[in-house]
Write a protein that binds this ligand. Structure first.
Ligand code: ITT
Length: 184
């Protein structure tokens, strides 16, 4: 089976590929720009995107909307993570967190799959924002996020390791389990 992943982010594709490869599913990247609406939840953004695409791209396909939610910043950047990454970047987040004691944060990921209707799959991972960048793997905010129970950042892990605990890995697992049940 081949699955189209609509995203501009090669890091996301790499993770989905590594996840699905052993299951005999080939993931390929489709670069189609779609509107990311301003909304309060990742679910709304993902669902709007997948419905918009369904009128323009032949299915089935999936996309992923994700974000970093920092407790001390009341969940910021959250649904604005892509914009904040492009404007403030990792260093901007470290600056905002200067002198802040509560370093708790989580990543969330929502996968939206279109096969004539919308199916949503979710994943979350809790952890802490550290004080300086560490590691060169992964993408986005990975160099400053240490998942709870570990002492390495996501950027210091292999893709496979990150997948076993990450928000996206968990959403991919829920998606893969659903596919197994529903493509019989
Ligand atoms: P799309 O084309 O798939 O939308 P994107 O990179 O813009 O790619 P999002 O809209 O989902 O992705 O924005 C999420 C932002 O949060 C993204 O810019 C990353 O910087 C960050 N992010 C998401 N998942 C991450 C992860 O696993 N590790 C580190 N940062 C992540």
């Amino acid at each position: 089976m081949r699955l189209a992943f609509i995203t501009s982010n090669p890091g996301k594709v790499e993770e989905a590929r590594k996840y699905f490869e052993p299951l005999g599913v080939e993931v390929y990247q489709l670069r189609v720009e779609y509107p990311e609406i301003q909304a309060d939840t990742l679910e709304e953004v993902a669902e709007y995107g997948v419905r918009w695409l369904s009128e323009r791209v032949e299915g089935p396909f999936f996309l992923d909307d994700s974000g970093l939610f920092i407790d001390a910043l009341n969940g910021f950047p959250g649904v604005y993570s892509a914009y904040v990454y492009k404007t403030l970047g990792v260093d901007g987040i470290l600056k905002l967190m200067e002198g802040v004691e509560n370093r708790s944060a989580h990543f969330r990921s929502v996968i939206a799959y279109w096969d004539g209707e919308v199916h949503l799959f979710r994943g979350r991972v809790d952890g802490d924002i550290i004080h300086e960048r560490r590691g060169s793997g992964g993408f986005g905010f990975d160099p400053i996020f240490v998942p709870r129970g570990f002492n390495r950042t996501f950027a210091e892990m292999t893709t496979e390791e990150k997948n076993t605990i990450s928000h996206r890995g968990r959403a991919l697992r829920a998606f893969a389990e659903w596919l197994k049940e529903n493509l019989k």
